[in-house]
Design a protein around this ligand. Structure first.
Ligand SMILES: [Zn+2]
Length: 137
């Protein structure tokens, strides 16, 4: 999904999930955003806010903690609740908007693309257990 890194009111990075476009297993919206922002001094991360469509998964939450990004604004967390409690327990200011349009968009995406969705969150697809993507390709 989509993520934007904002520093002092300016967008310094933006990214989106690259599973399909680049065949990436680690470029979620958040990690792709940071990758595209490039190498930044620690103080820039420490003064930034990460805006993201979905509640950050464990990988993306770990990235937020690694770079000490102090604030995360989440568009919706009803379709997927990531590691918000972990972030909060480490002092990150987490704000959830639960935007109605994002909730509906994500619900449709998950219903229409269950295999991609489950692959992206590291789960087996409910209706395709045992027949997921090839382990080696
Ligand atoms: Zn993620």
């Amino acid at each position: 999904m989509l993520s934007v890194l904002v520093h002092k009111g300016q967008i310094i990075g933006r990214g989106h999930n690259q599973r399909i476009q680049s065949g990436s297993v680690i470029r979620h919206g958040e990690t792709d955003c940071l990758e595209r922002a490039g190498r930044l001094p620690a103080e820039v991360y420490a003064e930034s806010t990460l805006y993201t469509t979905l509640s950050p998964c464990i990988m993306c939450s770990g990235t937020v903690l690694l770079y000490k990004i102090p604030r995360v604004v989440i568009s919706e967390n009803l379709n997927f609740t990531g590691e918000e409690e972990l972030l909060k327990s480490r002092g990150v200011d987490v704000m959830v908007i639960n935007d109605i349009e994002t909730i509906a968009m994500m619900r449709s995406f998950i219903q229409e693309n269950p295999t991609i969705w489950h692959e992206d969150i590291g789960e087996r697809s409910v209706d395709e257990e045992g027949s997921g993507p090839p382990l080696y390709s």
